[in-house]
Design a protein. Structure first.
Ligand code: ADE
Length: 240
């Protein structure tokens, strides 16, 4: 059985989209993973097939109806028992590489994509759904977020990437950003590749890469450095 993704969406034509190309696309045609896009609107019960309504309490936009969402969710939970069900929403818990690794190691995932101002909150009280966000910004819908999550999972499936991805040196696997990369030409616009990378001294290269991973993480992602434990940081002035 291959790794399976069920996506619950008002825009099934957005899938596989970019995941039909390159590594993920090849893996899809090789049946390393499979995809099903479920049209949420097919679960609307009224003759107008309406999926949204005005927000209780007033305000802008529309809210996805709980009865329609629950009917769609129940169908997928029944047909795909055992797959975790996620919902893409800016109100969700932040997506991490640890979550991606867990999902990729399992049987697959079902993903509900929000649209409009959001989904009726009672859905999350009544069904086992994990709300997930891909970052502190607002997309026009959960579909592009679902594509991001699936991309991150699929590249970890056995047989998708070459020998290169044990992934151990990648960004976030160590808790830090990855070190920078260079390739020929050796001289470009007056800039050279750091000499140590041409030395052939693997211990020295490893030490340089570790150093750069730490300095780049400290300057770009102080939040990550804090969690990792910044051994080289200056103690606060009060402690000196
Ligand atoms: N839908 C809209 N914005 C989103 C975000 N940042 N993450 C996940 N789903 C979203």
């Amino acid at each position: 059985m291959s790794w399976h993704a069920s996506v619950l969406t008002l825009y099934p034509d957005m899938f596989p989209g970019p995941l039909g190309h390159s590594l993920a696309g090849r893996a899809l045609s090789q049946d390393i993973w499979s995809l099903e896009a479920v049209q949420i609107r097919d679960f609307a019960a009224d003759k107008h097939r309406s999926v949204d309504d005005t927000p209780a309490g007033g305000g802008a936009g529309m809210v996805m109806r709980v009865d329609v969402l629950a009917a769609c969710v129940d169908d997928v939970l029944a047909r795909r028992p055992g797959l975790p069900l996620l919902a893409m929403t800016p109100r969700g818990a932040p997506l991490t590489q640890a979550m991606v690794r867990d999902l990729a190691a399992g049987q697959g995932v079902s993903i509900l994509c929000g649209r409009f101002e959001g989904m009726d909150e009672r859905l999350f009280e009544a069904r086992p759904i994990l709300p997930v966000s891909i970052g502190d910004f607002v997309l026009s819908g959960g579909e592009t977020a679902a594509l991001v999550l699936l991309d991150a999972c699929i590249r970890l499936l056995p047989g998708v990437m070459g020998a290169t991805t044990s992934g151990e040196e990648e960004s976030f696997e160590s808790g830090l950003l990855e070190y920078p990369h260079y390739t020929r030409p050796q001289m470009w616009e007056g800039r050279t590749i750091p000499e140590v990378l041409r030395s052939g001294d693997h211990a020295k290269i490893a030490a340089w890469r570790k150093q750069r991973a730490e300095t780049d993480t400290r300057s770009r992602r102080p939040d990550l450095m804090e969690r990792h434990g910044d051994a080289t940081r200056q103690p606060p002035s009060g402690a000196r």
